[in-house]
Design a protein around this ligand. Structure first.
Ligand code: UD1
Length: 360
């Protein structure tokens, strides 16, 4: 049997890094294919370096573009590779345009699709990622769910066959990274444990609506006045572009209470920065999980989440984008106990997935 793992963005590389190495270890004829949706060194190469990944067998060089252009380009290029290489199964992850393009290309060739991180639902179809998740789950023959809630979501949509509750591969990624020195990162950025809030914003619904972005940044300015903590911001290229276009970037950069990390920190640094932060504020799905695993409280800058377990265990609070609600959530969170057991399983999720897939 020949399988191909197809990824293309920073979060996919992070959550599939251990799995890609595991697949290659089982047999080097399996393929690692990179769509090239993310291409800047700090979005791509830094992650492959962190996990010491082999170079991809194929790099599609897709780059940035509209949703349709990206998805279609991936489908078109992948089709000929899958045929030429006689691939039996394709493994995709999560909810990006790479995930959707790869799944559709494979499914239309009658090649089985295995979806890692299946069954997540925000129930908000205005998010491109929600549309991608739903379509990919329905095109997949093997569904690897991180939590029970994800299994239940699939059941509600009539998907019950070959559904496996395996845990979250981010646990493997975090465990790999945490084995290294914890405090060097704080020294590098001249920070102290619990002395800062760590913030990221990059989602289309926050960056492409300037009023929402202004409202979130107004909360940031207020936080610098209300609390002695520094605000450490990891700058995503999408957000940077919008801030610069609206003359908002320099205001952030000159605020002495804000530490702007541009380019954004690598995965190793991001994990350690979250671990030692007093709070994480984010609209990223991955950071909601990572902070929960690391034992740092999270405020989610969205109206909904496809990670409800993080809310239920007390690690996360939904705050949306409105300044006053974000400030209230921060105050509540700082007074709440930090004690929960994360719901994402234990190390070994990636190898379990590979075992199941190669035996099926
Ligand atoms: C994508 C995923 C999102 C994931 C995020 C992580 C989709 C629909 N969304 O969103 O789920 O959370 O990746 O980052 O696939 N850019 C660069 N350099 C890069 C990559 C992007 O400058 O290496 C800029 C470009 O201006 C690009 C923009 O970021 O147009 C958006 O990139 P894109 O991959 O379309 O979406 P993300 O916001 O990164």
């Amino acid at each position: 049997m020949k399988v191909a793992v197809i990824v293309g963005t920073r979060p996919e590389l992070i959550k599939m890094g251990v799995l890609i190495k595991e697949v290659k270890k089982r047999n080097s004829h399996h393929l690692f294919i990179h769509s090239g949706q993310h291409y800047d060194y700090h979005m791509d190469g830094m992650v492959t370096d962190s996990f010491k990944l082999p170079p991809p067998d194929y790099h599609l060089g897709i780059g940035s573009g509209s949703h349709a252009a990206t998805t279609a380009a991936i489908m078109q290029q992948l089709e000929s590779i899958l045929l030429k290489e006689k691939v039996d199964k394709v493994i995709v992850h999560g909810d990006t345009n790479t995930t959707l393009g790869a799944s559709l290309a494979a499914a239309k060739l009658n090649i089985e699709v295995a979806h890692v991180e299946a069954g997540l639902r925000s129930n908000d179809r205005s998010m491109p990622e929600e549309v991608n998740r739903i379509l990919v789950d329905h095109a997949s023959s093997h569904l690897f769910c991180p939590t029970k809630a994800a299994v239940t979501n699939l059941q509600a949509e009539g998907i019950t066959e070959n559904v496996h509750l395996v845990g979250q591969t981010i646990v493997d990624a975090v465990s790999t990274i945490l084995s290294a020195d914890l405090y060097a990162v704080l020294d590098k950025f001249k920070l102290v444990k619990d002395g800062y809030f760590f913030l990221t914003v990059h989602r289309q619904e926050n960056t492409d609506n300037i009023d929402r972005l202004r409202s979130i940044l107004s909360a940031v300015t207020n936080l610098t006045q209300l609390y002695p903590h520094k605000i450490v911001i990891a700058m995503h290229p999408r957000t940077k572009k919008v801030l610069q276009q609206n003359d908002m970037f320099d205001t952030l950069a000159i605020n002495s209470s804000i530490l702007l990390l541009d380019p954004p920190p690598n995965f190793y640094e991001t994990i350690h920065l979250q671990k030692h932060a007093k709070l994480v504020l984010t609209d990223s799905g991955g950071l909601q999980e990572e902070s929960c695993i690391l034992g740092t409280a999270c405020i989610t800058l969205r109206e909904n989440t496809e990670r409800p377990e993080t809310l239920q265990c007390g690690a996360n609070r939904l705050a949306g984008y409105k300044t006053n609600i974000i400030l209230e959530a921060v105050a509540t969170s700082l007074n709440a106990p930090v004690s929960w057991v994360h719901p994402y399983g234990t190390f070994g999720v990636s190898s379990t997935i590979v075992d199941i897939l190669l035996e099926s």
